[in-house]
Design a protein around this ligand. Structure first.
Ligand SMILES: Nc1ncnc2c1ncn2[C@@H]1O[C@H](COP(=O)(O)OP(=O)(O)OP(=O)(O)O)[C@@H](O)[C@H]1O
Ligand SMILES: Cc1cn([C@H]2C[C@H](O)[C@@H](COP(=O)(O)O)O2)c(=O)[nH]c1=O
Length: 217
């Protein structure tokens, strides 16, 4: 996809286990990039306001139960429904900072029994490929010290241990631009690191077309 002005924005994703600081950093990164003159906007998944997103929201709040394969496909559909908007924004030169993406989908579902990484990736194959994936790395102990888990589904120690392992496997994919960030630093120090990495990705994105996730180029 070529941008209308010839210069597209970058797709920057924040990933990591619960309490790693993704939402805090996503918000601050958008503000900082704007202060530095970039056009930047935030986005988060699940996007709980759409019809599909409302179903997912109730599921996470344990107000309904949805069969495991089905909910995995709903999380993916919740991303696909935003793809026209994502492509439009990137093409018009806006950088998108995304709080969770397909990697959360795969890491969380494949932490359930009898779900392979391969099966979990399939519904998201072909999504816009991120220019940069910032993995906020924090131990479970440090995450617990930030207030512990809430009451949503998946917020248990054993499940999060499994999620960490799955992320590690996903990060072995060298066709993606993963950057491991030490999330145990202060909010300001993490922000400094990710701002620098993001500005690099924004520069590189200007000269490249957007790729397709998990599709060989
Ligand atoms: N670098 C940091 N040092 C200390 N506390 C932090 C840091 N970053 C975020 N926090 C605090 O940790 C808590 C979780 O932060 P945040 O909601 O940004 O994480 P998250 O990764 O989006 O979490 P979740 O995935 O569970 O929604 C908040 O109380 C936040 O203020
Ligand atoms: C995108 C996505 C998310 N999840 C899980 C991960 C978290 O437990 C929740 C979202 O919580 P947040 O506080 O709103 O970040 O949903 C998932 O299982 N599959 C996905 O695709």
């Amino acid at each position: 996809m070529r941008s209308m002005a010839g210069l597209r924005g970058a797709l920057i994703v924040l990933e990591g286990a619960d309490r790693a600081g993704k939402s805090t950093q996503a918000r601050l990164l958008v503000d900082t990039l704007r202060e530095r003159g970039h056009r930047a906007e935030g986005l988060r998944f699940p996007e709980r306001t759409t019809e599909i997103g409302k179903l997912i929201g109730s599921y996470l709040e344990k107000k309904n139960n949805i069969e495991d394969h089905t909910v995995h496909l709903l999380f993916s559909a919740n991303r696909w429904e935003q793809v026209p908007m994502i492509k439009e924004k990137l093409a018009s030169g806006v950088t998108l900072v995304v709080d969770r993406y397909a990697f959360s989908g795969v890491a969380f579902t494949s932490s359930k029994e009898n779900f392979s990484l391969k099966w979990c990736k399939q519904p998201d194959v072909g999504l816009p490929k991120p220019d940069l994936i910032l993995f906020l790395n924090l131990s479970l102990e440090a995450a617990a010290a930030r207030g512990g888990f809430g009451n949503e589904r998946y917020e248990t120690n054993d499940f999060q241990v499994q999620v960490h392992k799955r992320y590690r496997e996903l990060m072995e994919d060298k066709s993606l631009n993963w950057k491991l960030v030490d999330a145990s630093q202060s909010v300001d120090d993490v922000l400094k690191v990710i701002t620098e990495l993001s500005e690099g990705a924004i520069e590189e994105a200007k000269t490249r077309t957007i790729g397709k996730l998990w599709v060989e180029e």
